[in-house]
Write a protein that binds this ligand. Structure first.
Ligand SMILES: Cc1cc2nc3c(=O)[nH]c(=O)nc-3n(C[C@H](O)[C@H](O)[C@H](O)COP(=O)(O)O)c2cc1C
Length: 157
């Protein structure tokens, strides 16, 4: 089973989880990056990112660094923006064959609602089996992330 962990991360939380999961599964790792970078300032990120989610904007991605077609399974990681997955992840899932390979999904949030994001993304992922919702390092309950990641890895098998 050839596995790829794919993620987008603006401030590092999803990257850290992706690295842990890839290491545990002995999977390859690929970061999604948009051609246009996001503002550095958090308030501006909320305006720009929030607007992109609201208008279902599909950004242009930088060229992928792995040949996705050569993998059997994808484990996908996304931060939650405005209660949903990020535009870069939606861009990655525009290819139906790619979306079919995603069996497992991990979300990183600030502690807000993730159900809306899960419902929206589930529609794009016909073979989704495992999901886990993790918390930003700034959240007090993020200390439970390690345990949740362990369980998630166990489910992936
Ligand atoms: C544009 C934007 C919108 C966000 N919207 C939400 C939200 O609706 N709910 C929530 O719980 N967290 C929200 N967050 C917080 C992120 O989901 C959280 O900080 C996450 O850990 C970021 O992951 P990263 O460090 O990999 O970028 C938002 C962050 C940004 C930048």
């Amino acid at each position: 089973m050839k596995r790829l962990v794919v993620y987008y991360s603006l401030s590092g939380n999803t990257r850290e989880a992706a690295e842990t999961i890839a290491r545990a599964l002995e999977a390859d790792l690929m970061e999604l990056e948009t051609e246009k970078s996001m503002p550095k300032n958090f308030a501006a990120q909320i305006i720009v990112g929030g607007g992109q989610v609201a208008f279902n904007h599909i950004p242009k991605l930088k060229p992928l660094t792995k040949d996705v077609a050569s993998y059997d399974e994808i484990i996908l990681g996304s931060p939650i923006w405005n209660s949903k997955g990020v535009p870069a992840v939606n861009a990655f899932l525009q290819d139906e064959e790619t979306a079919k390979k995603v069996t497992s999904l991990f979300f990183l949030s600030g502690g807000g609602e993730v159900e809306k994001g899960l419902t929206a993304i589930t529609k794009l992922l016909p073979n989704l089996k495992n999901t886990v919702s993790l918390l930003d390092k700034k959240h007090a309950d993020s200390k439970n992330n390690d345990e949740k990641i362990k369980e998630f890895i166990g489910q992936i098998g």
